[in-house]
Design a protein around this ligand. Structure first.
Ligand SMILES: N[C@@H](CCC(=O)N[C@@H](CS)C(=O)NCC(=O)O)C(=O)O
Length: 207
């Protein structure tokens, strides 16, 4: 059985948990305290980050790579599709999440300076416009639920909690997608989302 080292409150770990759940593949869960990670974490990942999976000495780290590995290892139901064009599109979307979206997302969440917030929002908007174009007429990014949706999900479901990003600012196709992500069983039941629901103020509806 595959062992997953993860933390409930880690959105990157949520990506991997969601893949396991979508595949209905059981795993051995090792929960890590992010404030005091055990030595094992830096032994398995020199960067000292979770998620990490390990099976019979074979180790994979980095949430996007683990997710694709799991899709290769457990092909049904496919979260990458078998069409080269669609697989490339999914990878481009995941790359855009990691390279273009997460930086300004965290800046907007962390800074209290209005000027910095404005800059971060300005950097997020082109990503939301890109996603809107991809989503046009579709429930999920590729039509059917895919790895691209999972890659964005942990951050998208809390997008409307960021300062100055209420329903007026979030384009309609993205707002509808956020609702679809929240409603997806594997996402809605994940401890990351459940923890946020329990901890934070009621959500402003995005749709
Ligand atoms: N690029 C990594 C990021 C993983 C990451 O940042 N994990 C955080 C928790 S959300 C972590 O392990 N932090 C522990 C630390 O910084 O010591 C991935 O996609 O897996």
């Amino acid at each position: 059985m595959i062992t997953l080292y993860h933390a409930k409150e880690c959105p990157f770990c949520a990506r991997v948990r969601i893949v396991f759940e979508e595949k209905r593949v059981p795993y051995k869960s090792v929960e890590v305290d992010l404030n005091a990670p055990p030595e094992e974490v830096s032994r398995l990942n020199p960067r000292g980050l979770v998620p990490i999976i390990e099976e019979n000495g074979f180790v994979v780290r980095e949430s996007a790579i683990i997710s694709e590995y799991l899709d290769d290892r457990f092909p049904e139901p496919s979260l990458m599709t078998w069409l080269p064009e669609k697989r490339a599109k999914i990878r481009l979307l995941i790359e855009s999440c990691d390279a273009d979206f997460l930086g300004p997302f965290y800046r907007l969440r962390q800074t209290r300076r209005e000027e910095e917030q404005e800059k971060a929002r300005a950097a997020i908007m082109p990503v939301l416009e890109y996603l809107s174009r991809e989503l046009k007429g579709k429930k999920f990014l590729l039509g059917n639920f895919s790895m691209a949706d999972i890659a964005f999900a942990p951050w998208m479901i809390v997008l409307d909690r960021l300062p100055g990003l209420g329903r007026e600012q979030i384009p309609e196709p993205v707002a509808a997608w956020i609702e679809a992500l929240r409603a997806r069983e594997t996402i809605g039941s994940d401890p990351y989302w459940q923890g946020l629901l329990a901890r934070e103020e009621p959500l402003k509806r995005a749709g």
